[in-house]
Design a protein around this ligand. Structure first.
Ligand SMILES: Nc1nc2c(c(=O)[nH]1)N[C@H]1C(S)=C(S)[C@@H](COP(=O)(O)O)O[C@H]1N2
Ligand SMILES: [Mo]
Length: 422
């Protein structure tokens, strides 16, 4: 151990390399509190999103059911904007935490170069837990941003990986908080709470050595300050505000969408965003022609096959409903079509626990399930028209699911079969 201590490598491992007079437990605590608030909102809404997938239902299960946490309540089918709100918070607040995470990592960077790397087995465990925390938070933010940008660079399934990353993140964050809470409280008291935020540049001093609860943070040889601690927080805040300004518009939707300069564009000549175009679905155009296409209904009392004309002859209902994509955008349109519960009634499925929705598309998204509550909810439609016209092919012609409060990924397009199951 002694020999290792003596052979401290040069550069960032040397005392005196890190010289910012702003670094210290108070600054890390202040950044950490803002970051924690954002991460709590992001994590909570992320787990809500998982719940909204109705993970107990086959086809929605993103992780094996026996590994999944028990869900204390089912996802409600109202208000219609429920998922737009929870997922809008998840994506936007998550994005806004990025500058604060970077600021926090900057504030503790000298500790990355601790020498010797581990003083004791306990110290090694502590550093390992920090590695999990930093690794999982960077992983969650990087995969989240890539997903928002529709940039599927990774080979793994995003939803599964992002979910497991979140479990590691929450667990290591809980450990970190328990370990650091005493330090945070002492640093906060020693600096009289928010007092350092009022300091001018001329009065900005390093935190006193007696507050040096975390060795290596307060520099041994501080340089003169070039900005205030308030400036550090405002700088991170300005970064968050810039990210939000470039993204929030796509979550709100409508005319504000034009302000979302950082959001990916995927309008394809229809008047609202398209997730996957008809071409990309690789469905044979003949399969969706009125001459060939039939909606198959399966339920406890049997099977029925309906043409689009049969569906149009049923009672039509108009609903203004949002598509709230998991990737962060929302668009609200005027849909019309037949109620899911009217279709359920045709095959004795009024009391179904779930409906399995099978698309003509041969893909993972081709099969999803919706809860019994969503079947019985009167605003849940099998939509045939949007904004007074037949559905465009890109939006699901001949028929698509359009139901309130559910994630956009369940608004299945090019529906071929509905199975009502007890
Ligand atoms: N069959 C099928 N349905 C689908 C999809 C798909 O890829 N295939 N994408 C889903 C997703 S993720 C979203 S957000 C909405 C988007 O609907 P839109 O393309 O009409 O805007 O459709 C959903 N329905
Ligand atoms: Mo989506």
């Amino acid at each position: 151990m002694r020999a290792l201590t003596d052979r401290r490598p040069p550069g960032p491992f040397r005392e005196g390399f890190w010289r910012s007079p702003l670094r210290g437990p108070w600054l890390t605590t202040a950044i950490g509190i803002v970051l924690l608030a954002g991460m709590v909102v992001t994590a909570a809404t992320g787990f809500l999103s998982h719940l909204a997938y109705e993970p107990d239902l086959r086809g929605n299960a993103i992780i094996p059911a026996d590994l999944d946490l028990p869900t204390p309540f089912g996802w409600p089918s109202s208000p219609a904007y429920l998922y737009a709100i929870t997922q809008g918070l998840h994506v936007n607040v998550g994005l806004a935490t990025i500058p604060f995470l970077l600021a926090k990592l900057w504030s503790v960077i000298p500790r990355l170069f601790t020498w010797p790397p581990a003083r004791s087995p306990a110290h090694a465990v502590e550093r390992g837990s920090i590695a999990l925390l930093v690794g999982s938070s960077l992983f969650e933010l990087a995969t989240g941003v890539a997903n928002m940008q529709l940039w599927y660079v990774f080979d793994f399934n995003f939803v599964v990986a992002h979910y497991y990353g979140a479990v590691v993140f929450v667990a290591s964050l809980a450990v970190h908080l328990v370990v650091k809470l005493p330090t945070m409280r002492r640093a906060w008291r020693a600096q009289r709470g928010l007092a350092p935020l009022r300091e001018r540049l001329a009065d900005t001093r390093p935190e006193p050595p007696e507050a040096q609860l975390e060795p290596g943070l307060v520099p041994a040889a501080p340089a003169p300050p070039t900005m205030t601690r308030r400036g550090v927080l405002l700088f991170a805040g300005a970064g968050s505000a810039t990210l939000l300004a470039g993204t929030l518009g796509q979550t709100v939707g409508g005319p504000l969408r034009a302000t979302a300069l950082l959001a990916p564009r995927r309008e394809t000549g229809t008047d609202f965003p398209v997730n996957k175009t008809f071409r990309a679905s690789r469905i044979d155009p003949r399969a969706v022609s009125d001459a060939v296409w039939r909606l198959e209904l399966r339920g406890p009392s049997g099977t029925r096959r309906l043409t689009r004309a049969d569906l149009l002859a049923m009672q039509q209902h108009d609903e203004t409903l949002p598509i709230a994509c998991v990737e962060g955008w929302t668009t609200t349109q005027d849909w019309s079509g037949v109620r899911l519960r009217d279709l359920a009634a045709l095959v004795g499925g009024e009391d179904a626990d779930a409906v399995y929705v099978v698309s003509l598309q041969d893909a993972i998204l081709g099969e999803t399930s919706l809860s019994g509550d969503t079947v019985r909810e009167q605003r849940s439609l099998l939509a045939l028209r949007v904004n007074g016209r037949d559905l465009p092919p890109d939006h699901g012609y001949p028929a698509r699911i359009m139901a309130p409060a559910i994630p956009g990924v369940h608004q299945t397009k090019w529906v071929g079969r509905l199975e009502f199951r007890a």
